[in-house]
Design a binder for this molecule. Structure first.
Ligand SMILES: C[C@H](CCC(=O)NCCS(=O)(=O)O)[C@H]1CC[C@H]2[C@@H]3[C@H](O)C[C@@H]4C[C@H](O)CC[C@]4(C)[C@H]3C[C@H](O)[C@]12C
Length: 324
């Protein structure tokens, strides 16, 4: 399972959890403006917007999972297995392979409005990167500081949904996830009151009963409701530390601990990493399952006019701050 979220205080933030049972060896990767992107169908793009995010680098190619560009536009790809349907290349559209979707969008769009225009003429193909890395079945959240959308390619074609909550998880399709939220309309952060039956002496027996009824399991629908509630009711100061801290708490509400979700005999999904990118400043913060201390990579500390990827393997060892 995976969860993505946006958050806005003074700055705009976007991030995700990457939940899976194994890691591909992902890194934080800055793609500078003059890195030549060789698109399968669209040819070489010699210069473009710079971007930062998590990617698995295959050869010298950044296969991004989530990223933000220097204009403050961000996107994240999450599993959508069984529902994602990609097309064969066609003649009258811009064909883009599924693994190129993030670079294709972030290299040339400044805003979600730009993305909508770009998508109108795009055909996402199921072309695999190589034999060893088959096509990933994903759907995407794309956001800037003004709005967020969910983009899904399914049997009936491409669907773009306004995503007012700025959250996304996995299956089922976004429309159904939104419908299921109706079930939770009664939830409130306030202490509950007895509406069950006047005749019964039901009472709040402890503090902290706000959000009563919020699901606690790790299924995609439960995480959708939980993270939406957490994100929509979230309160924080607007300093960088407070905003980033709060963002990690929002995604912390749906993190996966090893042992709770067995996906195969003896194999468990865990939150491999959690990211929070300050999209305005191009700073990518992350924690990993092994290291809960926040690590940061600032794209503006790199030479953004270069043509070579800057790569930072994620810190995978627990860092403990000793006070004495
Ligand atoms: C497995 C990841 C999604 C995690 C997730 O959503 N988990 C939920 C699990 S569940 O089904 O709902 O149970 C996805 C997110 C981004 C994906 C990667 C990126 O799309 C980049 C390339 C794309 C290539 O086609 C395949 C390898 C790959 C390197 C992908 C591997 C894998 O599919 C990733 C890492």
């Amino acid at each position: 399972m995976c969860t993505a979220a946006t958050y806005k205080t003074k700055d705009f933030y976007i991030g995700r959890t990457l939940d899976y049972e194994f890691s591909y060896g992902e890194e934080v990767v800055v793609t500078p403006r003059n890195y030549p992107f060789a698109f399968r169908f669209q040819g070489e793009m010699k210069s473009h917007y710079a971007m930062i995010g998590t990617a698995y680098v295959a050869g010298d190619y950044p296969l991004y999972y989530d990223a933000v560009n220097e204009k403050g536009l961000g996107m994240a790809g999450l599993n959508f297995v069984g529902n994602a349907v990609y097309q064969e290349p066609v003649e009258d559209k811009e064909n883009v392979a599924q693994f190129e979707f993030i670079p294709w969008v972030l290299s040339q769009c400044e805003s979600v409005e730009d993305v909508k225009t770009l998508l109108a003429n795009m055909n996402l193909t199921g072309t695999p990167f190589c034999e060893e890395l088959p096509t990933a079945q994903l759907h995407w959240m794309i956001a800037d500081r003004e709005q967020a959308i969910t983009v899904e390619f399914v049997e009936s074609g491409m669907h773009i949904y306004d995503n007012q909550m700025g959250v996304m998880t996995n299956n089922p399709p976004f429309e159904m996830q939104m419908f299921l939220l109706n079930q939770y309309m009664n939830l409130s952060p306030k202490q509950p009151e007895n509406h069950f039956a006047e005749a019964l002496p039901l009472e709040t027996y402890s503090r902290g009963m706000g959000g009563m009824g919020l699901p606690g399991d790790l299924s995609s629908t439960s995480r959708f409701a939980k993270v939406a509630f957490t994100r929509m009711n979230s309160i924080s100061g607007d300093s960088e530390e407070e905003s980033v801290g709060q963002f990690f708490h929002i995604l912390g509400s749906v993190e996966q601990q090893r042992g709770c979700c067995e996906v195969e005999e003896g194999k468990y999904e865990i939150t491999i990493y959690t990211s929070c990118c300050n999209a305005d400043k191009g700073i990518y913060y992350y924690t990993t399952y092994e290291n809960q201390q926040i690590t940061a990579v600032d794209m503006h500390r790199e030479n953004l006019d270069s043509d070579t990827l800057a790569r930072y393997p994620m810190v995978m060892k627990q860092q403990i701050y000793w006070q004495n």
